[in-house]
Each structure stands twice: as structure tokens, then as C-alpha cells.
Design a protein around this ligand. Structure first.
Ligand code: GTB
Length: 216
């Protein structure tokens, strides 16, 4: 059964692939699984039909037969568990890859997310520069630790995994900030992720939605 995911009808990121349907699209492409997409307006996301799928009225969701999931990390994990290519077979290596999935979402992403939020919501506050600087210090500490761990390896723990997929999607949010470039091995790591054919297919698919919405 072909899964159906939801995505923004018109993503506020301008087609940069930063909205979280990108995580799911990329995972499905890595797994070689076809999928359909249902596009939603901000209004439709808050209507009962969508709230039945997603309690917080957000994207992405994932429907496959009578299974309905929300939370991009859980969806990527579901795809990775059911298809080859995103989690190693060895039990310990698999547990470590899953650890990196959590590290991406629970350790790396929070200060990156908070910085994005502050840039939108707090820009006019008198304490904005101080807050931004504190958040950027937190981000640099995380990047520095991650950079040391990655060293000159291609991926975080052996072969490419769902842990790398989520880490690369999280780090991409820093593109344009200048911070990623301070850690050349992390910049190269993100570029390696973006060079994967599955990433490119996922990126092009979300960009096509944005382009159609802009020209239609
Ligand atoms: N924890 C959830 C998950 O991982 O699935 C978070 C889901 C989430 O934040 N969804 C966002 C959403 O639906 C879209 S992805 N927002 C609408 C709402 O809450 O009403 C987050 C996102 C949005 C926009 C950009 N951007 O423009 O750069 C980047 C990321």
C-alpha cells in the first residue's frame, strides 16, 4: 500500500526543504518506497479531519492502510524499521544509529530551533542580541562536540543511517548562518548528505510543490 504523507501547500521556507516533510520524503526515497503527498493549507491543518491524524495540527503525517503516524522522527523510525537501508542489521550498531536519531532531535536541534524562533519572534526585544548570542554559544558548543566526534569519518557510526539523515536535516537549518562553515568537517558532512541521490529526489519533489504554488 502506497503511504500518504502531508506537507505544506506553500512552504514558508521558499522551497529550501527545511519543513519536516523533507525528513520523511528523504527516508522514503532512501528506502526506495513510492509515496503520495496530500498538501495542506495552514487553515486545513487546524480542521478536525487533520486534527484526527495530528493532535497538534501540524505536518508531516504518514498514513499507510489503517496506520496513521505523526512526528517526523517517529515516522522516519517507522520507515527505517520496515525497509532496508536506514538502520544496520547488527543489534548494537542499530541501537547506536537510533541513539544518533535522538541526538539529532533532542540534543542538536533545540538550540538551533530556539535561534530560528528568536530571530522571528524576539527581534524587536531589547534583550534580543544577548539572547541570540547565548543561543549561538550553545549551538557552537554542540557543533564543536559533534565535529570532534565525527572527525574525518563520512558518517556518524559506520554506514549512512537514519541517524545521519536526521542529523543532516537538523544541521541544514544552520545554512546561511555562517556557523556551520566554522566546522569544515560538518559542512562537508551536510554536503555529503545533500549529494545522496535520495536526498536530491526528495528535495526536488518538495521544491516542485513550492514552484507550482508560486506560479499557479
Ligand atoms: N515535532 C514535530 C515533528 O517533528 O514532526 C514538529 C512538526 C512541525 O513543527 N511542523 C511544522 C508545522 O506544521 C512544519 S515543519 N507548522 C505549522 C503549525 O504548527 O501550525 C517546521 C518548519 C516550518 C517552517 C520552516 N521554515 O520556513 O524554514 C522550517 C521548519
Amino acid at each position: 500500500m502506497t503511504p500518504i504523507i502531508t506537507a505544506f501547500e506553500r512552504s514558508p521556507d521558499g522551497g529550501k526543504g527545511l519543513a519536516r516533510d523533507m525528513h520523511v520524503r528523504w527516508a522514503l526515497e532512501e528506502a526506495g518506497q513510492p509515496y503520495d503527498v496530500r498538501l495542506l493549507s495552514f487553515k486545513a491543518m487546524k480542521e478536525p479531519e487533520h486534527l484526527a491524524l495530528h493532535p497538534f495540527g501540524q505536518i508531516p503525517t504518514y498514513e499507510e492502510g489503517d496506520l496513521a503516524l505523526f512526528e517526523s522522527g517517529a515516522i522516519v523510525f517507522h520507515i527505517a524499521e520496515r525497509h532496508a537501508g536506514l538502520l544496520p542489521d547488527d543489534a548494537n550498531a542499530r541501537a547506536r544509529a537510533i541513539t544518533w536519531m535522538f541526538a539529532a532531535l533532542n540534543t542538536m536541534e533545540p538550540p538551533i530551533f530556539d535561534r530560528d524562533l528568536a530571530k522571528v519572534l524576539d527581534r524587536d526585544e531589547p534583550w534580543y542580541e544577548q539572547r541570540l548570542s547565548a543561543l549561538e554559544d550553545s549551538i557552537r558548543k554542540r557543533l564543536s562536540d559533534l565535529s570532534s566526534r565525527l572527525g574525518d569519518a563520512d558518517w556518524l557510526d559506520g554506514a549512512f543511517s537514519a541517524g545521519d539523515l536526521l542529523m543532516v536535516t537538523v544541521l541544514r537549518r544552520l545554512q546561511g548562518s555562517g556557523m556551520l562553515e566554522e566546522y569544515p568537517n560538518l559542512s562537508a558532512y551536510v554536503a555529503r548528505g545533500e549529494a545522496r541521490p535520495a536526498f536530491k529526489r526528495a528535495f526536488d519533489a518538495q521544491l516542485a510543490v513550492f514552484t507550482a504554488a508560486s506560479t499557479g
